[in-house]
Design a protein around this ligand. Structure first.
Ligand SMILES: Nc1ncnc2c1ncn2[C@@H]1O[C@H](COP(=O)(O)OP(=O)(O)O)[C@@H](O)[C@H]1O
Ligand SMILES: CC(C)(COP(=O)(O)O)[C@@H](O)C(=O)NCCC(=O)O
Ligand SMILES: [K+]
Length: 244
């Protein structure tokens, strides 16, 4: 069994895998990392490997503490990946985006793939049918949009995610909800439309903390799976073992 851990900029997501099957998953905050991992390992004593992908600021040492009990692996740019990386700055490409691209390449062979990860940031990653990773886009995520409106103005309140009543906001809060939610939805649909103009056929995978909220609001058909990064992490690790 492996324990896959994805450290994002907002939260830590983890899942126990038996082969390719996700047995159980967990979400927690950074300062509860060790306690949560300890608990998971107590409940799943057959875990032999801890596989970490991190873009957040968690110390490696927090994971290395578990080295006496199991093998600890940090997925890095030096690992083998199942695509050719055409990013101009491959060393600065987020390891989460590389893992997502690996998962998309392995799970959906021989087709163009667009992965959208709606987390702290919303990232777009495109891998063509010949397994060329071409790049994508980075834009603020839903919560970040609400927070930036509040943090960088004098008058705007900090609101939490809510379904906009209408396109036309009739108050400050309705305007913010319409701007943030409708804005991101139109943005994602707009990106998908532009990709469609360039590529006739591609699968779209939506993942991240805002998957469920966004999935039902997009006009385009997407494959929504909030565990896609963790599943991809487990597959990236298996690919690494086979190809290292
Ligand atoms: N309990 C929660 N705490 C924080 N964000 C949440 C929570 N539930 C849903 N979200 C949404 O998840 C998004 C962050 O997604 P997540 O996948 O956790 O990010 P990251 O991978 O960057 O850590 C936020 O935009 C927020 O709207
Ligand atoms: C863009 C990101 C901040 C997204 O992080 P997340 O929203 O998943 O927490 C992360 O992938 C990252 O730090 N990327 C480095 C820059 C790049 O990918 O080019
Ligand atoms: K993201």
């Amino acid at each position: 069994m492996i324990l896959a851990v994805d450290v994002g900029n907002t939260r830590i997501k983890a899942a126990v895998f038996e082969g390719n099957i996700l047995v159980e998953n967990f979400v927690f905050v950074k300062n509860e990392l060790q306690k949560n991992i300890q608990n998971i390992l107590k409940n799943f004593q057959k875990v032999t490997d801890l596989v970490v992908s991190s873009v957040g600021d968690v110390e490696k040492q927090s994971f290395l503490e578990f080295e006496n009990d199991l093998k600890v692996h940090f997925i890095s740019h030096e690992d083998p990946f199942p695509f050719i990386n055409y990013y101009a700055t491959p060393k600065t490409l987020g390891i989460d985006r590389m893992v997502l691209a690996a998962g998309a390449t392995l799970q959906f062979p021989n087709q163009n793939r667009l992965v959208i990860d709606a987390g702290t940031c919303v990232t777009f990653d495109f891998i063509d049918e010949n397994n060329n990773y071409l790049g994508g886009a980075i834009t603020p995520g839903l919560r970040l949009r609400y927070e930036s409106l509040h943090n960088y103005t004098a008058k705007l309140p900090l609101l939490t995610l809510e379904n906009p009543k209408d396109l036309i906001g009739k108050s400050t809060s309705e305007s913010i909800h319409s701007g943030v939610v409708n804005g991101l939805v139109y943005e994602i649909d707009g990106f998908i439309d532009e990709y469609s103009a360039r590529y006739s056929n591609f699968i779209i995978i939506l993942t991240g903390g805002d998957t469920d909220f966004l999935a039902k609001r997009l006009k385009n058909t997407i494959f929504a799976n909030s565990n896609f990064l963790l599943e991809s992490l487990s597959q990236t690790f298996q690919y690494k073992i086979k190809n290292d």
